[in-house]
Write a protein that binds this ligand. Structure first.
Ligand code: APR
Length: 230
């Protein structure tokens, strides 16, 4: 089976009702991203950060995968599909996708704030004073601005082996995630699905690029037809 690798961003979950980061003039649910999604933000105001992710987690538990997530899961009947997502939701998994790498962590996990290897399932609020087994404050298992991206290397290896690369719903502005597309083999076709596709330097330097200026569900429906003709 041909290897189809997907790089998905917040736009993938937009049709499930989860807000993107940069569509609302740079505010994420009314907050500056650096206030709630950076290590400095955590150090300055852990209570605000915990509350922010508690709200995101509660919202996620009421959200459902959309048609786009479902179409990606269906493509596993025809391709060896691997998904590399910047999203911290579990909608790809809930739609049935089997191989998902979360570059920026997972909202339904918590971790120790002093030992990143201590990770726990988390479907409830995390409160100040709630500690891990080593006695340190629990925090969301999210990769914040200013932190390393531990899954970058396995993600780059996947893209380097892709026969087909599909980029969906990302503004291609955040590194190192945005650089992953550059690891694709030179003759690998790259499809970029986004209703307002970024036209920054990162995107412009991609060879074999086909832009599909549609939503995730519409764009994947037309791409699936095209790919199954091959
Ligand atoms: N279908 C597909 N794409 C969509 C849709 C949709 N229905 N609605 C919006 N989009 C597109 C927007 O046009 C935009 O290009 O989704 C993209 C969302 O871009 P961002 O909000 O910047 O999200 P993303 O690229 O995933 O951000 C990357 O930044 O804040 C950090 O860690 C955070 O993972 C996040 C990273």
């Amino acid at each position: 089976m041909k290897k189809l690798v997907v790089l998905s961003g917040a736009g993938m979950s937009a049709e499930s009702g989860l807000k993107t980061f940069r569509d609302a003039d740079g505010l994420w649910e009314g907050h500056d991203v650096m206030e709630v999604a950076s290590i400095e933000g955590w150090q300055q105001n852990p209570a605000l950060v915990l509350d922010f992710y508690n709200q995101r987690r509660r919202q996620l538990l009421t959200a459902q995968p959309n048609i786009g997530h479902q179409l990606l899961a269906d493509l596993e009947q025809h391709f060896d599909v691997s998904i590399v997502t910047q999203n911290v939701d579990d909608l790809h998994e809930r739609a049935g996708s089997q191989k998902v790498i979360h570059l920026h962590g997972q909202l339904l996990e918590s971790k120790s704030s002093i030992d990143g290897d201590l990770i726990y399932p988390c479907h409830q609020d995390i409160e100040l004073g709630q500690t891990c087994e080593s006695g340190s404050q629990l925090r969301p298992n999210i990769v914040w601005f200013g932190e390393m991206v531990p899954m970058l290397e396995p993600a780059a290896k996947l893209v380097a082996q892709a026969d087909i690369l599909v980029i969906i719903g990302t503004s291609m502005q955040v590194y190192p995630a945005a650089s992953l597309a550059n690891f694709a083999p030179v003759d690998t076709p790259i499809y970029y699905i986004d209703p307002k596709p970024a036209i920054n330097e990162t995107v412009q330097q991609l060879t074999n690029l086909v832009v599909i200026a549609e939503t995730a569900s519409q764009g994947l429906a037309s791409l699936k037809e095209k790919l199954l003709e091959i």
